[in-house]
Ligand binder design. Structure first.
Ligand code: NDP
Length: 238
């Protein structure tokens, strides 16, 4: 394993699911790990801070607290996300905007708050957790898929703005991962999905974290504006 100085890593929505596994992976690497939550426990070894990514003041307060307790954020993992599915013709505008506000604007707010400190530190890495749905499209998820596709534009634009200052953003696009988010899917739907996945199975949350820690590592120093699928081959070709 590579030897390096511990960094301050901030993971939004790291209290459960994929975010919690990402947090555990960074803790295992010896980094100082801050995790945002909305009133729950956070994984062992992490510094928990309350944050709602839909509120600029809440994002600012969380970053300020983390900077004070652990030092400036060198790695931001924007993972907080939600779904509110429905067919387009039945979807309320509020339902569309709520998902965009959390998944896309939330990532934008956190990136905006992180970058000035990264400029001062002369470098930083931003990793946005998107989804295969953003690239393949997904019936019943016009809101979610739009928000997740938007993260690609966000990462690539950020990288064009600040790449020369050693700040790069990349995207991880998971496929079907067993978490609370997918727990409500029916067995019939899951079976149908599995049939589309070349590896023939869904994945556990800890199978996503390796791509994230790698993108934050020196081994990936020249990877910028990339979209890394972790989807068992479901989105191959996008
Ligand atoms: P979970 O539903 O298990 O966890 C979602 C996390 O996001 C929770 O920590 C939740 O906090 C947090 N969150 C939601 N809204 C906000 C908000 N407004 N402010 C702050 N935090 C918020 O989902 P997963 O772990 O499955 O998903 C994590 C990420 O991975 C999401 O971005 C998701 O879209 C993406 N993803 C998931 C896939 C899957 O199959 N599971 C596939 C592809 C991508 P709280 O606990 O307080 O609700």
């Amino acid at each position: 394993m590579e030897e390096r100085e511990p960094r301050t890593v901030l993971i939004t929505g790291g209290n459960r699911g994929i975010g919690a596994e990402i947090a555990r992976a960074f803790v295992a690497l010896g980094d100082r790990v801050a995790v945002t939550h909305r009133g729950s426990e956070t994984p062992e070894g992490t510094f928990g801070v309350e944050c709602d990514v839909t509120e600029t003041a809440s994002v600012d307060k969380a970053f300020t607290t983390v900077e004070r307790e652990l030092g400036p954020v060198g790695v931001l993992v924007s993972n907080a996300g939600m779904t509110a599915d429905g067919l387009l013709i039945r979807m309320k505008e509020e339902q569309f905007l709520r998902v965009l506000d959390t998944n896309l604007a939330g990532a934008w707010r956190c990136s905006k708050r992180a970058v000035p400190q990264m400029l001062r530190q002369r470098g930083g890495r931003i990793i946005l957790i998107s989804s295969v749905a953003g690239l393949l499209g997904s019936a019943g998820q016009t809101n979610y898929a739009s928000s997740k596709a938007g993260l690609v534009g966000l990462a690539r634009s950020l990288t064009r703005e600040y790449g020369a200052r050693n700040i790069a953003a990349n995207v991880v696009a998971p496929g079907l991962i067993e978490t609370d988010m997918t727990a409500g899917l029916s067995e019939a739907h899951l079976a149908e999905q599995r049939a589309q996945i070349p590896l023939g199975r869904t994945a556990t949350a800890d199978e996503v974290s390796g791509a994230v820690t790698w993108l934050a590592s020196d081994a990936a120093a020249y990877v910028a504006g990339a979209v890394i699928p972790v989807d068992g081959g479901l989105g191959m070709g996008h």
